[in-house]
Each structure stands twice: as structure tokens, then as C-alpha cells.
Design a protein around this ligand. Sequence first.
Ligand SMILES: [Zn+2]
Length: 577
Amino acid sequence: MANFSPSFLDEVLSRTDLVEIIARHVELKKSGSNMMGLCPFHNEKSPSFSVSADKQLYYCFGCGKGGGPFQFLIEHDGYSFPEAVEYLAEKVGMEVPQDAQRQTGDEAREKKAYEMLVRASEAMSRALTAPTGSKAAEYLKQRDLPASIIRDYGIGYVPDGYGFMNKVFGSDARTNAQLEAIGLLFKGDHGYGDRFRDRLMFTIRDRRGRVVGFGGRVLGTGEPKYLNSPETNWFHKSDLLYGFSEHRDCIRKSKQLVVVEGYMDVLALATHDLKFGLAPLGTAIGERQIREIFRLCDSPVFSFDGDRAGRQAAWRALERMMPLLKAELTPRFLYLPEGEDPDSLLKTEGGQAFQSRLADESKPVLETWLLGLKNLAGQGADGRARMAKKADAMLATMTDSYLRQAWQQEVEKATGISLQQQRRHVTATPSPAANSEIAELNKIEDRFISGLMQKTERFRHLPDCAKNFFIGNDGVKSLYLRAFSIIADAKDNNTDIARQLTREFPDSQTMISRWVNQATVQDIEYESLLLDMESNDIRWHLKRGPGLSETVRLQKRMSELKSQQRKLTELLNETGA
Ligand SMILES: [Zn+2]
């Protein structure tokens, strides 16, 4: 990060439009001097995500995320800092200085790997339309996948036999080693071979939309039916969900998400314009994936086959989900009719009917859990005891204590057995918005600083004594003092304190973003805050017992402040503010 000069970063930022970057993911509406929308970092029903176009800073009053353009790309889209800088520089037509380009071997290899994965995906797409790909193309036709889906989701084909990858990339030792590293070749006793042969290929992207691996479906008979890329530095199966980068925005907009079993299910949904399907990559869904799902949507539907295997898979998902459940989340479970999957159902009944199925036939998670417990425990008195015991063990993994109590009562009702109260102590997770630094500021200090950050002009007209105002938090105090020297050094009146401070102190940008995006501190409120700050300061001095003449001076000033404060209050009442 040290490689970019401050002036270069300033230039990139001054040409960048944060609103435009965020508007790609969030619908923003004007609200006062800022823009508001639904936060892309957490689930919410009413907007608490604010963007200041003026200061180029965003802040969410629900989850406490905040920052500027770089931070948004890093936190939302998963960029690294240098990547975010390069991306924005390119976007605004600036050349990244040569010496700042990432030159380390690792980074160059990394970049190369992503490029190769894209090239591989493109080669597979071409092979699908070539004569050798006719079998795969025919299969897709039978499944009713339109050309637009095939193109947008990067579906392709790899021919039978060995040598496809080498034809695309060459076959020198270095290339082979790289192809092995990204999971496209394996090394056997007789040298390198193609991992995927005669398979229909699904391109798998990470949350940033970068190609990281592939899933290959066998055509005709053969084992295994689905073969995925092996774990590589780029491909981590348990972190990925098929359809994530393609559907994220649509899921947020529609507030709908359905978890299905396979690639073809996700694609069949998309074909019917239901672009909110996600699937794990051929394995049971794991905790990290469920977490990601809850971040996107608070009422996802987990769909499973209606057969025994499907019920077992649903139970496993439920067990993994328990620690993550919160009263605010309302996941549902849907069992499909036996022998059907979303793909087959969509084919016979269409998208509309499938939508109704999701709404009408899915069951709340609690109902699914109770039913699963009953089935597991069996009949009779000992069945009820087994059910209570199993439920107790599972309840202990829950972290939301309210939800746990509610569920416990349901089990007690169902079994007539009161559950043990010995719970492990779960510490309540502090709300991220309760940033300790923010909490340490009292209301007056907080609003005062907010008023200053919102209008740099106010800094220029602070009284001399303002430099010594008491500010409870050292970090905030040093930002405050730095602002004075920025103003003093400024050559013209164009310097904006909030923007300048976020550049100089990236670690403080969340705090600054919050001040900027808070309810506007109007002039009258600001005047009143300024008087409060000075009064507090005087009280502090008086307590220290200054000499007689100083005490008299301070007391005189104090009564002046009081009368000014009274006038302001009258004014406030008159204006009804
Ligand atoms: Zn948020």
C-alpha cells in the first residue's frame, strides 16, 4: 500500500464518484443532503445506509460499516487495497505509476492464474460450439437452456482424451505446472493429464465474479457424475456458492433466495427468470456458506429432495444453521415431491408455479426442526425422552437466547418434558455499530464534531479557546487537532476536512463517515453545541481552582454563555426546530 503516492491516491479519489460505485448495488434516494438506501452489508427493511456525495463517504447506521470508495470495493467486492486503487485509477482514466504496480512474484503469479482461468473458460465455451461439442450442445438443448444463459454463466465443454489444455496454453514445463496449480491438469505416473475430459463444464466464480474453478458433468454414463476443480489457492469449495456473483444484486433487490442442490437447478431457475438460486458445490452446505446466505437475505428457502437422502441433507443443514439463527431470520425449508428436482419441476410446471411452491409449501425452520426431531426419536414415552434430550443438545448450540427460549418452550410443549437449564454461557455479540470509540464520546462532543465534519467552514470560525476543548477520546482529539493544522496549512478555502482526514487516517474513516452521514447539524444546533463545549471547558478549569482574577473572568464568561444559550433556545422554540 505504501507504493502509491498520496497525491496519486488523492487524484484518483477526486475523480471518482462514490455514488456511482454504490448505485450499482444499492438503490439510492435523496434524503436531505445525503443519499439513503438499503445497506448492502446487512439485511434490513428500511434504509439506514447513507452516502454523502459531497464528502464521498458512506455509513450504515444499522451495522456500522463506513468508509470511502476504496473501502467499499474492499469490503463489498472483496478487492485488496492495491486492486481497488488500480481498478478505480483505470476507471477514471489514470495510469498507475510503474513503480506502484505490484511486482512481487506471488502477485504476478496470482494475476496470471486468474487470466488462465478465464482463458480456460473461454476455450471451453468455444469447444461447446465446435463439432466435437455437439453431444454437450444437444444435452443443453434437451434441458432447454437458452443461448443467453449458456453465455452469461460460462457453460462449456471439454472434449474427450488428453491434451485439450495444452492445445490452449502450450505444453512447456512451466505452463504445465501452472495448469496443475489452478486445477486443470493432474500429474500422474506418465506426466500431466487433463483433469476434465468429455464433460459439460460449469464456470465457477468467486464473489467478485472472478473465474476460480469449474464443475464438470459427465455426459452419458460414467463416474463421478460431477467432478469439481480440486482445492487450489483460488478455489475453496466451502467458501463458494454457485450463482453468487451472478445473483447477488438480484437477491438483494427481490429479497428472495432459494438454495438448491446443483448447477442445473440454479440455471433452470435463471432460465425462468428466477435469478435468485444458489447452490453449494456438490457437497453438503457448510457454516460459512449459510452465513453468506443470511448476509444476503433473511428469509432464504432451502430446498431439498423429498426422499430419504434429501431429508438427511436438510437435517444436516439445520444442524449447521442452528448456531447462526437469530430471531430476525426466517429461513424456510422446502421438500420437493419425490423424484423431482427444481430443474424437472420448472420444466413441467413453469416459473410461476415454482414461485408459489416456494411461498406456500415451504415450512418455517422451527416446524422443520420439530418434525425432524419427532421422526428421529420415534414413538412412545422413551421416544419423547429421546426427543427432549436431542433437542436440548441442539438448543445448546444456539446463540440467540430469545430464540432459544422460544424453541425450548415448543419442545417442552411437544414432549411434556421440561428441558435442563444448564446452558453454556453465550456472550451476546456486541452490535458492530456499538464501536467502542464512538461510544466513548458523549452526545455533545459527538454532535459537535459531526457539525464540524459536515461543514468545513465552521472550523475556520472556531474561537481560539476551541483548540483546548475537552474531548473524551484520544483518537478523536488527535483528529480534531490535526484538522486545525490542516486548516492553517491550507492554501485556499477548498480543503474539505472530512475528506482530507480520511485520506490521512484510513483507520478512522468509519468514524468520520458516520459523522458526515449523521443527521445534519443545522446552524442553530451547532451554535448551541459550541456554547456547550466552551461551558464544559470552563467548568473543568473552575474545578482546578484557578487564581482569583482568572476565576472571576471565567465566571463572567460562563454567564455570557448562559445568556447566549438562552437566546438560542428561544430561537429554537420559535422556529419550531
Ligand atoms: Zn449495514
